[in-house]
Write a new protein. Structure first.
Length: 154
């Protein structure tokens, strides 16, 4: 009889664990993986460039980064971009590109949620942002404070 109580308890524990995991994944969501192809403004001038690199063995990214300028408007552009998927991924300008978490990246400017884990993408830089205060762009999981990929300005 004790074995049956223990067996029922184990089944209950497994059920709770599975349901909790499913709810966690649904609540956290993930970044879309559909390839997108934002158009590059042919009149904009490239003022900075970089190449995306992996943050670590689990968080990977690749592709080209450009900062485009047309008159007073700045745009961050990714080309041939690929990234590991994750929850709550943001595109951020960072003061310290070598940082590995929220406490080591210095000042940051969030440009918005990552549109997709692959493709060509444009992100507007808010008016008044001084690019000279930043050393690159990161793909950053805001929820857990984890860097997924980085591109230092050359």
């Amino acid at each position: 009889m004790n074995f049956q109580k223990h067996s029922n308890l184990s089944k209950y524990s497994i059920l709770v664990l599975v349901l909790s995991s499913v709810l966690f994944l649904v609540a956290c969501g993930s970044t879309p993986t559909t390839t997108i192809d934002d158009v590059k403004d042919s009149e904009a001038v490239v003022i900075r460039e970089g190449i995306f690199e992996d943050a670590d063995a689990s968080h990977k990214g690749s592709g080209n980064l450009s900062i485009l300028q047309k008159e007073d408007k700045l745009t961050v552009r990714f080309e041939n971009f690929l990234s590991t998927n994750g929850p709550d991924l943001k595109v951020i300008l960072v003061e310290k590109i070598e940082g590995t978490n929220s406490s080591s990246i210095g000042n940051k400017e969030e440009l918005g949620p990552l549109k997709s884990t692959n493709g060509n993408q444009n992100y507007d830089v808010p008016e008044g942002v001084d690019l000279s205060k930043f050393t690159g762009v990161m793909i950053y999981c805001k929820q857990f404070g984890v860097v997924f990929s980085r591109a230092a300005f050359k």
